[in-house]
Design a protein around this ligand. Structure first.
Ligand code: GLC
Length: 752
């Protein structure tokens, strides 16, 4: 049957191509694929076309229930099937029993690993290493495609500056440049060199767009982002994904300025298609189409289908309004057949590029030799090692040979499930190596290891276990306290108004601190936390955004100096949640702060009415964050010197050559993330006080110096200005090369 279907398709291709040669491939399109699309389109009924625009979710449901829908050609894609045998069964129905044999596109949320779980994306961002993003995505794709999954809903590219928002865990933090380069590398990792590679998995840039600016840091909430802010802050990471060839985009749940993304033709047509010339396909988020009725943007599902397709959506995830309403909408002329054809063309283009028509089935024996491969686990450990951020260290780390006993305390020391982090559907906790297990393995009989959880889980308010923890801690040379967040406390819909340590964790730390022994805090969480008081009580703090399957061995190596921390914060840590939103690339305002004084306790009683402080700050919190973007310590120290630029005045087509010397002035071979920031001092609109423009991981032996440089095209200083034009404006600029966003001394140059 399959051969007949294919042969007829091939013949039609030859006969019909001339009949529909009007569809000229746009630049970069494959003429052969476009011809095959035209040929298929010419055979499809309206219902079959609309069926390609319909995605259903399986969650392992009955194949019989899906059988008739697939045979009818009512389903173009299925998500949440991950068993190779079942996927082949579903695919066989589509290819061999439906009229035209169009293969299904099988999808899954493979967000930071499939079986081998990598650090959550915000943790990967902390590595400031695009090779980590690429290799993690490549391994995820190899594992997922071995089970028949060929489309993932990743990377998530939403810029977020609000640690209350649970989904920051899935993104790359607050900075557009960091998110752009990490996201593009992730797309390339998933999609390999070409989509027809059987280990290639189509990427999906999500959630388009502005989702991370949800008011109040509350998921799904409205956003009010101006066009200029969209273009300067929230769109760049998506543009980078489009340029990296992301096969698909997903619309976001939020309404921006009153328009839900799923019905927003400005972003889906004007920006994505007309300006970026994008030719992948656009899928809604989970019934984000139908939710436009709840938003009050559509009166009913008929309007949902009309507004979605006319705005530029190609495929509907589980909402079913397309199947039910589009035939009538086309009949009434509310949706043109051209719009339907374009949507189906975009979808079929990716199916052809994936090679699904030639190779619709999966080798069912492949998974067993692929999942959790040793090289995958090693790569996951490497990622977790580079993702760890040393926030404080009075010298207790790395633990020396003098340490003969450690007490491992806390709810996150042996949390196999929670260590993997949010959005883990397929990783199995049994494969997670926790810090407790890894430390025992690492130290063997050289160090006595005692363990008391103290609390059963991160939200545990019971203090019953604290006394046993204290007893164990008293007997040890060093206390290693593992605290943080269960994985369920971040991710979709999991926002927090209080971003301190949950449960009785702070009380546990307080009790441990009172023992007077060296106290090392190892935090494992899904977001920045307001842990200032806990940091004060500790001798050292190592922060890990949920590090995944191999987080334990990574942390053990770092604590004992087998590896040296190199992670940097991809997001600002506030002192108090009341400071949010707080981020480094803020505008200067007319009343910028000098210093960081907290005035509240110095105000005389009955103080006369004055604009006390006269600055944009908080009387009770000063100004500065707990830890700034780009911050992270090492076991060594680094010195930046001889920072210079090759000219003081540049033309718009020039390249700025920035040279600097970096010296490892300490006693450990280590890696520094050198960061290049620029400030446009005067613009036709106000500009951020700093913007990250480049970074590089530099490894130096103890005592070693290197002469290094960045090259920055002046064109990279462009922004969307008062006229909504993307231009470099002449004027003066400041430039920093430093180890975080708050240090360094600026050099000044001008652009003429
Ligand atoms: C969810 C998420 C989206 C995910 C999709 C499919 O609601 O918003 O990120 O890819 O549904 O699971």
């Amino acid at each position: 049957m399959a051969n007949i279907a294919k042969t007829s398709l091939a013949l039609c291709g030859i006969m019909l191509f001339s009949a529909c040669a009007h569809q000229q491939p746009s630049s970069g399109r494959d003429a052969k694929i476009e011809a095959r699309i035209d040929s298929l389109l010419n055979q499809m009924t309206l219902e079959e076309k609309i069926g390609q625009m319909n995605q259903i979710s399986s969650f392992g449901g009955s194949i019989d229930e899906m059988h008739d829908l697939i045979v009818k050609g009512e389903v173009g894609s299925i998500l949440n099937e991950v068993d190779a045998k079942r996927i082949n069964q579903l695919q066989k129905i589509a290819v061999e029993e439906s009229r035209l044999g169009i293969p299904l596109l099988l999808a899954r949320d493979v967000i930071h690993g499939f079986k081998t779980i990598f650090p959550i994306p915000i943790g990967q961002a902390a590595t400031f290493d695009t090779t980590i993003a690429y290799s993690g995505a490549r391994i995820a794709a190899v594992e997922a495609t071995s089970c028949g999954v060929r489309w993932t809903f990743s990377p998530m590219l939403d810029i977020s500056r609000d640690p209350r928002w649970g989904r920051l865990a899935e993104g790359y933090g607050e900075d557009p440049y960091l998110a752009s380069v990490m996201g593009a590398a992730t797309v390339r990792g998933y999609q390999s060199n070409k989509l027809s590679d059987p280990t290639a998995m189509a990427a999906c840039a999500k959630h388009f767009v502005g989702y991370g600016a949800a008011e109040g840091g509350r998921d799904y909430n409205s956003t009010e982002i101006t066009e200029r802010k969209l273009r300067n802050v929230y769109l760049p990471s998506f543009k980078a994904a489009a340029e990296a060839g992301s096969a698909s985009f997903m619309t976001s749940f939020n309404d921006n300025d009153g328009v839900p993304s799923t019905g927003n033709s400005f972003i889906l047509k004007q920006v994505l298609r007309n300006e970026w010339n994008y030719d992948g396909f656009v899928v809604t988020d989970w019934n984000s189409s139908g939710e436009m009725v709840v938003h009050g943007f559509c009166a009913d599902n008929y309007e949902v289908a009309v507004k979605s397709v006319n705005a530029g959506v190609d495929m509907e995830m589980v909402g079913y309004s397309f199947v039910k309403e589009l035939p009538e909408a086309v009949k009434r002329g509310d949706v043109s057949i051209d719009a339907i054809n374009n949507a189906v063309r975009n979808i079929l283009r990716i199916k052809f590029k994936l090679g699904l028509f030639e190779h619709p089935y999966t080798d069912e024996d492949l998974a067993s030799s692929t999942l959790y491969a040793e090289s995958h686990l090693q790569s996951a450990k490497d990622a977790a090692t580079k993702a760890a951020i040393l926030l404080k260290n009075d010298g207790i780390l790395p633990l020396s040979d003098n340490v003969k006993s450690v007490a491992i305390i806390g709810p996150m020391a042996d949390a196999q499930h929670d260590q993997m982090g949010t959005w883990v559907f397929d990783g199995e906790k049994e494969h997670t190596v926790t810090p407790l297990a890894a430390i025992k393995e690492l130290v063997g009989n050289n160090v006595s290891v005692s363990y008391e959880a103290g609390l059963a889980y991160s939200r545990d308010n019971s203090k019953e276990g604290i006394s046993k923890a204290i007893s164990a801690a008293r007997k040890a040379d060093v206390i290693l306290a593992f605290v943080g967040e269960e994985s369920i406390l971040s991710g979709e819909a999991h926002c927090l108004a209080n971003i301190g340590l949950q449960g009785a964790q702070s009380e546990l730390i307080d009790a441990l601190a009172q023992i007077g022994k060296p106290l090392v805090l190892v935090v494992i969480a899904g977001r920045p936390l307001t842990i200032g008081s806990e940091v004060e009580k500790a001798n050292a703090v190592l922060f890990n955004f949920h590090p995944g399957t191999m987080g334990g061995p990574a942390i053990a190596d770092l604590l004992w100096g087998k590896a040296v921390p190199s992670g940097k914060l991809p997001m600002t840590f506030p002192k108090y949640v009341g400071q949010v939103p707080i981020y480094y690339a803020h505008n200067n305002t007319g009343r910028p702060v000098e210093g960081n004084e907290v005035l509240i306790d110095n105000i005389p009683v009955e103080a006369g009415q004055t604009s006390l402080g006269c600055r944009s700050f908080y009387l009770d919190a000063g100004w500065e964050p707990l830890f700034p973007f780009g911050y992270g310590l090492s076991y060594t120290t680094f010195e930046y010197s001889d920072i210079a630029i090759d000219k003081t005045e540049y033309g718009k087509s020039d390249v700025i050559k920035v040279s600097y010397k970096l010296t490892n002035t300490g006693n450990y071979d280590a890696t520094e993330v050198a960061q290049l920031y620029v400030r446009d001092k005067v613009g036709t609109v106000t500009r951020p006080v700093k913007e990250l423009k480049r970074f590089e991981r530099i490894s130096l032996k103890a005592g070693e110096s290197k002469e290094l440089s960045f090259e920055l095209p002046v064109s990279d200083l462009a922004f969307w200005n008062i006229d909504m034009k993307y231009v470099v404006e002449p004027g003066d600029f400041d430039l920093w090369v430093a180890g975080n966003s708050q240090s360094g001394t600026p050099l000044t140059f001008s652009v003429k």
